[in-house]
Design a protein around this ligand. Structure first.
Ligand SMILES: Cc1cc2nc3c(=O)[nH]c(=O)nc-3n(C[C@H](O)[C@H](O)[C@H](O)COP(=O)(O)OP(=O)(O)OC[C@H]3O[C@@H](n4cnc5c(N)ncnc54)[C@H](O)[C@@H]3O)c2cc1C
Length: 508
């Protein structure tokens, strides 16, 4: 049975624990008994920099090397976690005191068919590498995250959603087949028709059932490198959800930005961006717009200021007053364009807005940020989200960025989706208010759960085990636990998140 952190070195670790120098020395000392090289010790962070852990880092290049690491872990009784691009906001790819398998070295595109749009990749291929390899042939990844630095396996393990969830479903819908190496030693090919239960459970299974070693995906045909975009302002959360619902039939992508700081009659105001693919023949020069160079995000702001340095001036605005100004400016700048104004934008420009300023998260240093994303049925969403905004403002910790999306249920076992909306809220973490922020999240959890809502592990750092037991039906948890026992009987696969949210459900 793989050992877990607690009880081994006696450290007390509450929610959002951060390792100190002493912790690191103690952890290293605790590992003296193990023949795993201390040279492998690495401090890894969740993407939001608010949670971290110390682990033994391995970078396999082949399936055999992954297999060997499973054996090493088994021999020494330590747990193993997988890590792709490390873009999950919280502790989903952290594993305190255990092994972290960084799969980014397995990043080959194994096959590409420009006629059918079917691609086979190793697990560590990023969305960036994928679109850059296929767009000139007129194919775009059907579902992408707001950053292009996530990997195929990370996207499958979390079953990510895009701004087109209401239309394209989640990432998993487009995975035709994958190979999964289980700790038990099986290397299984899974598809909707073969090992179907494993297929619908490993997708979204947050790395608990085995390692994706190959993924086969169907991409989306596009006839231009540009999208037709329209932006419009909405004055309340209710107006936003209604507008989004109304526009769904005429949209390929829809995303709402919300000013979470404005209160009173401005509460919930925001801007919605709607985008559509261009039909064949509309773009007179697709061969130009589909070039990678026509998609690249500019490296300088206003053609002068290097974007790589932008995080630094941004950091002066990452406080309540600065963000109040930024949010108000963003909302009012929408008025500069006439309602119904349309423009075209590249796929990468529209999809990866958050990559425009490299390392923008550094402006949240030293404490980092967490994202709180809840999914709420559509008839209750605007009221619940309004309540979340008020609750966070009243607690003196307003969110600095709020993003709304429309979702539909999917058929995957550990699904986070509902027929409704999600609201993703970014919160700054500071040492002095860390505990209050975690308490605030737990208060908001209760509001969401009382209204039939769900949560998403890729974004989570604060949820508690009881919450997971409320939003997943017991039958679902039992099915997943039974499958885990089949694929990973010794509970070798663990992460900080799995221990936090599932405790000893998967084994001690
Ligand atoms: C700026 C930003 C924007 C984002 N926007 C969105 C968005 O729009 N929609 C959305 O859904 N998510 C979004 N995310 C979250 C992100 O898409 C997910 O967290 C995704 O899982 C990250 O992929 P990764 O490769 O970085 O995986 P990691 O974060 O490294 O790992 C994620 C999970 O995958 C598991 N895993 C990794 N490799 C394997 C493997 N080979 N086999 C089995 N399991 C494996 C890990 O153990 C972990 O549980 C965003 C994140 C950021 C930072």
């Amino acid at each position: 049975m793989a050992r877990t952190v607690e009880g081994r070195n006696g450290l007390t670790r509450g929610p959002g624990w951060r390792a100190t120098e002493d912790d690191r020395n103690m952890t290293a000392a605790a590992f003296d008994n193990f023949p795993l090289s201390p040279r492998r010790l690495a401090r890894l962070e969740g993407w939001g920099m608010a949670v971290e852990s110390l682990s033994y880092l391995y970078r396999p290049r082949t399936v055999e090397e992954i297999h060997d690491v499973f054996e090493t872990a088994r021999r020494h009784g330590v747990a193993v976690a997988f890590r792709g691009g490390g873009r999950s906001y919280g502790d989903a790819s952290l594993n305190q005191d255990g092994i972290v398998l960084d799969l980014t070295g397995m990043d080959r595109i194994l096959s590409w068919d420009a006629e059918t749009g079917i691609v086979e990749t190793e697990p560590g291929v990023t969305i960036e590498k994928l679109w850059k390899s296929t767009i000139a042939d007129g194919w775009w990844p059907p579902v992408v995250s707001g950053t292009m630095f996530t990997t195929m396996a990370g996207c499958a393990a979390m079953n990510i959603h895009g701004k087109n969830n209401f239309q394209a479903g989640t990432f998993g819908r487009h995975v035709l087949e994958f190979d999964l190496l289980t700790p038990k030693g099986e290397h299984l090919t899974c598809s909707p028709d073969s090992n179907a239960e494993l297929y619908r459970s490993a997708i979204g299974g947050f790395g608990m059932l085995g390692c994706f070693t190959r993924l086969k995906l169907q991409l989306k045909k596009v006839h231009s490198g540009r999208l037709m975009v329209e932006a419009f302002r909405t004055r309340s959360m209710e107006e936003m959800t209604n507008e989004v619902l109304e526009r769904v039939p005429d949209s390929d992508y829809l995303v709402g930005w919300i000013d979470c700081i404005a209160g009173g009659r401005n509460s919930g105001r925001g801007v919605v961006h709607q985008a559509k693919y261009l039909d064949e023949g509309v773009d007179p020069h697709p061969e130009d717009t589909l070039r990678v160079s026509a998609q690249e995000l500019p490296s300088k702001l206003f053609g002068v200021f290097p974007k790589s340095l932008m995080w630094w001036p941004l950091s002066f605005f990452v406080n309540d007053l600065g963000m109040r100004m930024v949010n108000a400016a963003k909302f009012h700048s929408g008025a500069l364009q006439p309602e119904g104004h349309r423009y075209t934008q590249s796929h990468a420009g529209f999809a990866f807005l958050l990559d425009y300023v490299p390392n923008w998260k550094w402006s949240y240093r030293p404490g980092g940020l967490i994202q709180y994303q809840s999914f709420v049925p559509k008839d209750r969403a605007s009221a619940v989200f309004g309540q979340l905004l008020r609750t966070s403002r009243d607690a003196g910790m307003p969110s600095y960025l709020g993003v709304l999306k429309r979702h539909l249920p999917d058929g995957f076992l550990m699904t986070h989706a509902v027929d409704g909306f999600s609201l993703a809220l970014d919160f700054r973490v500071t040492e002095s208010r860390r505990r209050q922020l975690w308490d605030l999240c737990h208060r908001m959890d209760r509001i969401v759960l009382d209204n039939g809502g769900r949560f998403y592990f890729a974004k989570d750092a604060t949820l508690q085990k009881e919450a997971v037991e409320r939003f997943f039906p017991e039958e679902t948890l039992e099915t997943f636990t039974a499958l885990k026992a089949r694929c990973d009987p010794e509970n070798l696969l663990q992460t900080n998140l799995s221990r936090r949210l599932f405790g000893d459900r998967f084994g001690g």
